[in-house]
Design a protein around this ligand. Sequence first.
Ligand code: FE
Length: 193
Amino acid sequence: MAPSRREFLGVILGASAAGALGTPACAQTPLAPTPACGAQSATPSQTEGPYFKPSSPERVSLLEPEMRGRRLVVSGVVRGTDCRPVPRVLLDFWQADAGGRYDNAGFHLRGHQLTDAEGRYRLETILPGVYPGRTRHIHVKAQAPGRPPLTTQLYFPGEAGNARDGIFDPALLVTLADAGDVAAARFDFVLVR
Ligand code: FE
């Protein structure tokens, strides 16, 4: 039986109403609440490896004249699991040079710094080279005042070696943006508070 005019209009209006609702559905769907920072898990720890040296110089730039390698800036914030930024966290970085070698005699590509009042840090360096058995990584110890250090490593997205590295943890991937000559990496640490 053919639909009455009212039913027919109802179908049309219903369809158009559904269409009107359907098109901007994403705009009408309430956004998921931003996860509480406290719900974030703490940055995982990793092995220190064989090349840590204590007493690195305090410096935000590990760059030196004639240093080979792609320029890299790593920056971010250190927060506690209580959400609050943590000032004066000692961040001690060490890494391989562009050829995959650590300086075990001196302090090339080693340095520490303190987070500022907002928990921020910024490291100027080069993209570390790879060495046999490991994917590309930077080592770091993060120590809040009066707390034991977190020893961990940072990794880079898009590295073929990540899948072959038994130590690699995707929770430790930086986010990477290319800014011309300099690769800009972002990583926010979360320390147990
Ligand atoms: Fe290493």
